[in-house]
Design a protein around this ligand. Structure first.
Ligand code: SF4
Length: 692
């Protein structure tokens, strides 16, 4: 029996755990004393390893390479040599015929690790010759990355998860940490126990609202109006830090013009929040010696997501709540390595280390390291994953190489995504399970799973942590980066790595932000937060010390803009708002958690539609009754769950249920900057199944 210290593969809290392995099998998990979790785990950490036993509870493990030579035909098991040669040949043909930009790829924010993401973006940039690589950050915290890079210079949490409990005030906006990051929620509780004030802005009475000093139960889709009213109040009531604003910021002069029509009294109707509550919230926030704004996808998954992020950043900046312990901005990244995917440059506009692909100096540096002609690199930004269905239907994207993502479950407006996938000439899926997307592939490349390999993840607070191999893979599978390297080599660009560390060291040499984050420093329970520029640097628990911002001018940028209503507002035909949410026992497309026996037993049917009893009465539906939920794009069958903690007029569903994914209903109204879809808001109707 042995214990292997590793990192949980689910959420961005980055909990360290010990896997207890007996006779080559994991038999249990125990909390380890990691920087973010200090010995505690949630139920996914304790019970989320069982999928490694190929339980086939939801979907089978991919155990060998497979090719389907004709659409509609059957998968045929093939050797690795044949799968690699076939994939390389088809990609080379498509590149030659339609150009490098006709091929799209993804990194993965899940169990594969930073090293693989680095290799994938290198493959795209050095071998394919485009910047067409993206990851699921696009559909979650893309607006946080885009917005904070503009206002403060870094698209990441400015503080540590550990630092949350050191704050005197938490403004929690559109973020249900109890379901999304239970161990982060513990920090919120500890902050409360330490005397912190808590202000929650959320349409639902989420768990955090139960311990809050104030709950601003705003209407769905009114975020920007409320943030503008916050900024208005800070200025009008002289609550902002004038000296800080004068010294460290730019843009104050135009700010009042943007918010002058958003007095709290003027936005009561839009937001549904009493003016006195808005004013009190800002008085509390501004009076706190240190304050943190935490947010989640209740901010980002709207057509105005990036602008709201910039507005929240402005609230923090106006009050000088940056650059100190316990003060800052905290977009709490969802999946375990979605921060890492961004750090590694599986983004269409950025090389690893947030270096712009449009910068000739950066291109020269990467080209030299990779032994290619800088002129062969694409000088333009690549395609975002949410643009793929449209571009495939226009004939501009012909091939899609998807690694560790399941867009046919997790992306908005699935009928559109399905049509886009069908329009492709060639679909390669590299994964561990037969997901909905894998079922449509031309080639399946089976990869090792978390537990069967090691590497580095980045948790939500920029902390690099090593995760370790616990068991030997049982099937004919390969490490993700090895598969990519074999395809690259077959396409004429020899690529070979001996191990994870070799890749990591190549990355460090190319990225000043990460240079000092060595494997040795991350050993065991190590947690090294970037920036970590030198070998003797300990890492950076909070950003913007001395109020030095990573913007071009070195100053924080202030921002506000007019509120826009969501794209599809309720009507008499579709009278309810649908908002997608998470469920604590499952994760992402559920391919991993749905194959864990204990999690299945604890949360077997996370596919409820939550309805307020007052709406249910009008609709004539009972608790637990089967209903249709229908939007202009599709309909799904699900079960009613009465819930008095949600707001009347809105219904809530998780996207994790395998049958009836609520993304059949959602819409792809994209935030203009980040191209993140408005999955938190569309119009639906609900009717009893018997009525159909
Ligand atoms: Fe894993 Fe997140 Fe739960 Fe921690 S809080 S055990 S990282 S799912």
């Amino acid at each position: 029996m042995k214990k292997v210290t590793t990192v949980c593969p689910y959420c961005g809290a980055g909990c360290k755990l010990n896997l207890v392995v007996d006779n080559g099998k994991i038999i249990r998990a125990e909390g380890a004393n990691g920087a973010t979790n200090q010995g505690e785990l949630c139920l996914k950490g304790y019970y989320g390893w069982d999928f490694l036993n190929d339980t086939k509870l939801l979907t089978p493990r991919l155990t060998q390479p497979m090719i389907r030579r004709e659409r509609g035909g059957k998968f045929e098991a093939v050797s690795w040599d044949e799968a690699i040669q076939y994939t390389a040949k088809r990609l080379s043909e498509i590149k030659a015929k339609y150009g490098p930009r006709s091929i799209m790829t993804t990194g993965s924010s899940r169990g594969t690790g930073n090293e693989t993401n680095f290799v994938m973006q290198k493959f795209v940039r050095a071998v394919i010759g485009s910047n067409n690589v993206d990851c699921c950050a696009r559909v979650c915290h893309g607006p946080s990355v885009a917005g904070l890079r503009q206002t403060l210079g870094n698209g990441a949490m400015s503080i540590s998860i550990e630092g949350i409990e050191k704050s005197n005030c938490l403004l929690v906006f559109g973020y249900n940490c109890a379901d999304s990051h239970p161990i982060v929620a513990r920090r919120v509780v500890k902050a409360r126990e330490n005397g912190a004030k808590i202000i929650v802005c959320d349409p639902r009475k989420i768990e955090t609202a139960r311990i809050a000093d104030q709950h601003l139960q705003l209407k769905n889709g009114s975020n920007m109006a409320l943030v503008n009213a916050f900024i208005y109040t800070l200025i009008e009531e002289n609550l902002y830090d004038k000296e800080y604003v004068a010294k460290y910021t730019e843009g104050f002069n135009g700010l009042w013009d943007e918010v002058k029509d958003y007095a709290p009294e003027q936005v009561e109707e839009i937001t549904g929040v009493a003016a006195s509550d808005i004013r009190q919230a800002m008085r509390t926030y501004a009076a706190a010696p240190s304050a943190v704004i935490m947010w989640g996808m209740g901010v980002t998954q709207f057509g105005q997501g990036t602008e709201v992020v910039k507005g929240l950043s402005t609230v923090a900046t106006l009050t000088g709540n940056l650059g100190r312990e316990g003060a800052g901005v905290a977009p709490v990244r969802g999946q375990n390595n979605v921060q890492g995917g961004c750090d590694m440059g599986v983004l269409p506009d950025l090389f690893p280390g947030y270096q712009k692909v449009t910068d000739p100096v950066a291109r020269e540096k990467f080209a030299k390291a990779w032994g290619i002609d800088p002129e062969s690199m694409d000088k333009e930004e690549g395609v975002r994953i949410t643009q793929v269905p449209h571009l495939a239907l226009e004939g501009k994207i012909k091939a899609y190489y998807i690694m560790g993502e399941d867009p046919l479950q997790t992306e908005a407006d699935l009928s559109l995504v399905r049509k886009g996938i069908e329009a492709l000439d060639f679909l390669v899926v590299q994964d561990i399970f037969m997901t909905k997307t894998a079922e449509q592939a031309d080639v399946i490349l089976p990869a090792t799973s978390w537990g069967e390999h090691g590497g580095v993840f980045t948790c939500a607070d920029r902390g690099f942590q090593r995760f370790e191999k616990a068991i030997e893979p049982q099937y004919n599978v390969k490490r993700d980066w090895e598969i990519i390297s074999l395809i690259a080599t077959e396409m004429g660009y020899p690529m070979h790595y001996e191990n994870n560390q070799q890749i990591w060291d190549e990355l460090r040499e190319l990225c000043p932000l990460y240079y000092g984050a060595t494997y040795e420093k991350m050993e065991g329970l190590g947690h090294v937060q970037w920036p970590c520029p030198t070998l003797d640097h300990p890492g950076t628990p909070y950003l913007y010390k001395n109020n030095e911002f990573a913007t071009p001018s070195g100053k924080a940028q202030l921002f506000a803009t007019a509120w826009r209503a969501p794209a599809e507002i309720p009507s008499s035909d579709y009278p309810l708002v649908l908002c997608t949410v998470r469920e604590v026992g499952h994760y992402s497309c559920r391919s991993m958690t749905g194959n864990c026996a204990a999690l299945k037993a604890l949360a077997d049917e996370p596919g409820f539609v939550q309805i307020h009893p007052s709406d249910a009465k009008v609709l004539g539906v009972e608790d637990q009754q089967l209903v249709w939920v229908e939007s202009r794009r599709g309909k799904v069958i699900t079960r009613v769950n009465f819930n008095e903690r949600i707001n009347p007029g809105a219904v809530y569903m998780t996207y994790q249920w395998w049958i009836g994914a609520c993304n059949e209903l959602t819409q792809d109204n994209l935030d203009p900057t980040s191209k993140t879809p408005e999955t938190k808001y569309c119009a639906v109707k609900v009717s009893a199944v018997a009525d159909q």
